[in-house]
Design a protein around this ligand. Structure first.
Ligand code: HXC
Length: 517
């Protein structure tokens, strides 16, 4: 019989063995690939010394292809809990040094265990993905494991925040777990996501494409919208995840953490009184407006390179986290199109699910016209954003800076979509459409018959602009709560948010709505 001390020694040895994962050689190879190991990543992610690892002694149960002879403690994923800035979070990090991080039945069970715990405790889950997909030797059991994870992703959606870091391969059906989570952060150069890899693409379509061109961070952050933030490398990805986490509540029943604010709430930004160009067709940069009004200019943008005509992201007003949604006049004149609508809708719904107030900055000339948009279902996509704003019950503060025309006026958090405080700058133009377009419709016949058609149209346009292209017409009906001085926007938004802190609105009981997907 061995003594207690021997048993403790054995435990220490087993722990050391588990911590080595697939062994030193595999760790070195991981480093050579420019990647950190699962444990190194967790150490970067969590507060120092806060990680409590679970299931270190779990091993796979596969007896196919000689697998029974290759048993590694922990089996390809490191799981547990810890804190970020003192707040509880559950984590899993796939360990590429063990069978390429491929997903076995037991590996899936480890992930499911911490997801179940996160749901019980009401804390976010962060998953760091770096895996060759389903463990081929395990066949259908690996697929079942994925499905167990997906089901949990779905149940956790809207209850606890879920963040995915993609820090290596993530291919095949494995992509669906990140896709079901709230945010996907990819690291440039080392990560890729696709349903079918370059070889299958070549066989099926004849297309020659590299892994990076098919599913790298740049592609997914600019073309597909799958990636919410593209980080420079693995370390940067983890830094971004920590930052993102700081804006989120623990769960759907809690508020976001308040941060001490050293930026004066009544700071006047004189530049905003002059930012709108004389000509309505000249753009300005909405980033300048956002930066000028939020706390310390600190903005965490989501999907920066996708549908740049709509800016979405997190910021704080007087220490309170908010979601910002803003048209960008500098890109496609700030129109709404299919991609911008989908991007906005998903962000608005996230904020609403997690009690994050919405601040909407409006300068939108309308929806992008044309067959390209119509064939791609801009009606349905636009309706998504409309639906998202209309169902949202969080505090909604809207500021119209310049254009707000037609359907896009309604969609961008107007009063009748239960906008709580709707402000406008004196430069706002809230109308059915712009002056030039309106007189074309109303006076085309009259102009044609006139001696000087241009003069007639110009006169009518001036008349129309005077009547409609201002904020006072909407304010007259109470559709705008106040016309505010641009330089005072920060203060007015903060006041509005303070007032709305006790807002309580509930939607009718239902199983779930039928958002036009
Ligand atoms: C078992 C795997 C594996 C897998 C990698 N490995 N993927 N073992 N099942 N899916 C093992 C390798 O055999 C190797 O073991 C080690 O992990 C490291 O892999 P390498 O190939 O040496 O690494 P690298 O060159 O960086 O290439 C990484 C890779 C490649 C691109 C991911 O390994 C690869 O193509 N793997 C297969 C990917 C795949 O087709 N997966 C199934 C997809 S279908 P040794 O012992 O040599 O170190 C799928 C369905 C999911 O996932 C459906 C969910 C609904």
């Amino acid at each position: 019989m061995s003594s207690q001390l021997d048993k403790v020694k054995e435990l220490i040895e087993l722990r050391a063995q588990a911590r080595l994962g697939g062994g030193q050689k595999a760790i070195d190879k991981q480093h050579e690939r420019g990647k950190y190991t699962a444990r190194e990543r967790i150490a970067q992610l969590l507060d120092e010394g806060s990680f409590e690892e679970l299931d270190m002694f779990v091993t796979h149960r596969c007896h196919n292809f000689g697998q029974e002879k290759k048993v590694i403690l922990g089996d390809g994923v490191v799981t547990g809990y810890g804190t970020i800035d003192g707040r509880l979070v559950y984590v899993f990090a796939q360990d590429f040094t063990v069978f390429g991080g491929s997903l076995s039945e037991t590996l899936a069970l480890k992930i499911c265990k911490i997801m179940d715990m996160a749901m019980k405790m009401g804390a976010p889950v962060i998953g760091l993905n770096d895996s060759g997909g389903a463990r081929i030797q395990e066949g259908i059991n690996a697929l079942a494991g994925y499905a167990e994870i997906f089901q949990r992703n779905i149940m956790a959606s809207g209850v606890i925040p879920q963040i995915s870091g993609i820090l290596g391969p993530c291919a095949g059906g494995a992509v669906y777990s990140p896709a079901l989570t709230d945010f996907t952060i990819m690291a440039k150069g080392i990560s890729y996501m696709f349903l079918t890899g370059p070889k299958v693409v070549k066989t099926v379509t004849g297309e020659d494409v590299s892994q990076d061109a098919l599913g790298g961070a740049e592609v997914h952050s600019s073309k597909s919208g799958v990636c919410h933030i593209a980080a420079e490398d693995g370390e940067d990805a983890i830094r971004i995840i920590r930052k993102l986490f700081s804006y989120l509540p623990q769960n759907n029943l809690e508020e976001t953490p308040l941060v001490e604010c050293n930026d004066p709430i009544d700071r006047l930004e004189d530049s905003l009184n002059e930012i709108i160009p004389e000509s309505p067709n000249r753009p300005y940069d909405m980033y300048e407006v956002i930066g000028a009004i939020i706390d310390n200019g600190e903005f965490l943008e989501i999907q920066r390179d996708y549908a740049k005509n709509l800016i979405v992201g997190f910021a704080r007003f007087n220490g309170q986290a908010v979601g910002i949604v803003a048209n960008q006049p500098k890109y496609l004149a700030g129109v709404l199109d299919c991609n911008a609508s989908r991007k906005g809708a998903r962000f608005v719904r996230f904020c609403d699910a997690f009690n994050i107030p919405l601040v909407t900055l409006v300068d939108v000339p309308g929806f992008l016209p044309g067959t390209g948009q119509e064939y791609n279902g801009v009606i349905l996509h636009g309706a998504k954003l409309l639906y998202a704003y209309g169902e949202a019950t969080v505090p909604k503060v809207t500021v119209t800076l310049r254009k707000s025309y037609g359907g896009s006026h309604i969609v961008m958090s107007c009063k009748q979509l239960r906008g709580d405080m709707n402000y406008a700058w004196p430069t706002a133009e809230i109308a059915v459409m712009g002056g030039a377009g309106a007189v074309e419709v109303l006076y085309a016949k009259e102009a044609k018959e006139a001696e000087d058609p241009k003069k007639v149209l110009a006169e009518k346009e001036a008349e129309y602009n005077k009547l409609f292209c201002n904020p006072y017409n909407a304010a007259k009906y109470g559709y705008i709560d106040d016309v505010i001085e641009p330089r005072n926007t920060r203060f007015r938004v903060i006041r509005a948010l303070q007032q709305l802190q006790t807002k309580k609105v509930t939607n009718p009981a239902k199983k779930h709505g039928n958002i036009p997907l």
